[in-house]
Design a protein around this ligand. Structure first.
Ligand code: KE4
Length: 453
């Protein structure tokens, strides 16, 4: 039975964090054992089990602002932020107060509420390419439905995605690159019929020529190209200049739809998302995370003529018991209100830039082969000196070195994303002091690393 190696009881010899020293994860270890009796891997989402970095995942008791607190009394500066939703930090008072009042009015009705109109209007105003939107309960539901809609609208079956981009766990999207030039997708998980994956074409991120080749090879067969406009699921990999514009031109020229998966980037790297930064109008956009303020949510939206194909306006079926849930709508509305205030994104940029600068200086001082890739308040420390422009180059990173970096940060009170191929998230709750402490912990952690022999 695979089980994570036990967390070292003490920090490795010779490593003395300059401040917070982790209390032993005694209670977390007990809970992790218990959890694995009932939950596969002891978790409800794989990355939380720390398999990529080893050791026992701290079980979290509560969060406040930029901090999370585990069941053993450890305090961490949190750079996971629930994988993106908590851009305001934990328990933001405006969100909490609004939720308290909303709960008193009822948690769910299965009937229309004004809250859905309010959040829909905020989304459509922020992203003009979205003329209509449908709320669902996760990013997976959003992307899964967006692709069903694209197939219905175009009458075509094939979709194209990029290696290293993650769009949730729908069968149609769990496809990995086929071997060689074939590009036909292969199932990326047991339980997915080869026939499903074969309609998913997989090409390298940032390679517009490869996409052009797809359209030449499969003329009038591609329903949509789905892309993370700034990739964050192979680590942060920004689009090359012109890459997104090429996708827009190629899809428009072939009657295919361009789908921006902005589940991470939406309201994260700008209030208007990546589509505002890169000035590209996709046909459909998928959202999640931030628009739910920490409660379960997803959304897909776009051109009215496409969206009006969705039931009950049109024939494309999609439904959900808790879609548009009043609590999730409330948390999302309050979160976007705070983000819409002047200076919010400048603050995120300033804090994230300071973090990037501090870690980059620590990398240089330590002489470690690493680099920081950042897009707004998303960043990844890649442990490779080579350029990281796609999944193949991201996979060159030294994951063993990342693991040592991660574990030393953790024991120093910094909760960094437990995988080399994820993004760290800075929130409005991260203070200058948090950034200084994190840079200091990075200096200590990087200083203790020796390039793998
Ligand atoms: P969910 O179904 O997890 O709400 O969203 C799926 C999804 C869709 N699109 C993008 C760009 C995403 O990043 C995600 C989910 N992101 C991961 C973090 N890389 C969620 C964390 C997890 O899987 O536990």
């Amino acid at each position: 039975m695979s089980s994570s190696p036990t967390m070292p009881k003490k920090s490795p010899p010779g490593y003395q964090p300059e401040y917070a020293i982790m209390k032993e994860l005694k209670r977390s270890r007990e809970l992790f054992l218990d959890a694995r009796r009932y939950l596969p891997g002891g978790v409800d989402s794989p990355v939380r089990a720390f398999k990529a970095v080893g050791g026992t995942p701290p079980f979290i008791a509560r969060g406040r602002g930029s901090k999370i607190y585990d069941v053993d009394g450890n305090e961490f500066i949190d750079y996971v932020c629930s994988w993106g939703p908590l851009i305001l930090g934990h328990t933001h008072p405006q969100v909490v107060e609004a939720l308290k009042q909303a709960v008193e009015r009822g948690t769910s009705f299965g009937a229309p509420t004004e809250l859905e109109i309010t959040l829909a209007r905020m989304v459509c105003t922020a992203m003009p390419s979205i003329e209509m939107v449908r709320f669902v309960n996760s990013g997976t539901e959003a992307t899964m439905t967006a692709l069903r809609l694209a197939r219905a609208f175009t009458g075509r079956d094939k979709i194209a995605k990029f290696a290293g981009c993650y769009h949730g766990h729908a069968d149609v999207l769990l496809a990995k690159a086929g071997s060689g030039v074939v590009t036909l997708g292969l199932p990326d998980s047991p339980g997915i019929p080869a026939s499903y994956a074969q309609d998913t074409l997989v090409v390298p991120y940032n390679d517009a020529h490869a996409v052009e080749g797809l359209f030449q090879r499969y003329p009038e067969q591609i329903a949509a190209v789905i892309v993370e406009p700034v990739a964050a699921n192979m680590g942060v990999v920004p689009p090359r200049p012109g890459f997104l514009a090429s996708l827009r031109k190629l899809t428009a020229g072939s009657g295919s739809l361009l789908i921006f998966d902005e589940v991470i980037t939406g309201f994260r790297i700008a209030y208007g998302g990546a589509q505002a930064i890169y000035d590209i109008a996709p046909d459909l956009t998928c959202l999640g995370k931030v628009i739910g303020g920490g409660l379960p949510v997803g959304a897909y939206g776009g051109r009215r003529e496409i969206m009006e194909m969705i039931a009950p306006a049109g024939p494309v079926y999609q439904a959900g018991t808790l879609s548009g849930n009043p609590l999730a709508m409330t948390a999302g509305i309050e979160t976007l209100k705070v983000l819409g205030q002047p200076g919010a994104y400048q603050q995120l940029e300033d804090r994230a830039a300071a973090l990037e600068k501090g870690i980059a200086e620590a990398v240089a001082r330590a002489g470690v082969p690493a680099q920081i890739s950042r897009a707004g308040s998303l960043l990844t420390v890649f442990f490779t000196a080579g350029p990281v422009v796609d999944y193949e180059s991201a996979k060159q990173a030294d994951t063993a070195m990342f693991t040592r970096f991660f574990q030393r940060l953790l024991s120093g009170g910094i909760y960094w994303p437990p995988s080399q191929f994820e993004a760290a998230f800075v929130s409005l709750a991260h203070s200058d002091e948090d950034i200084e402490l994190t840079v200091k912990a990075s200096q200590t952690a990087l200083g203790s690393l020796k390039p793998a022999a």
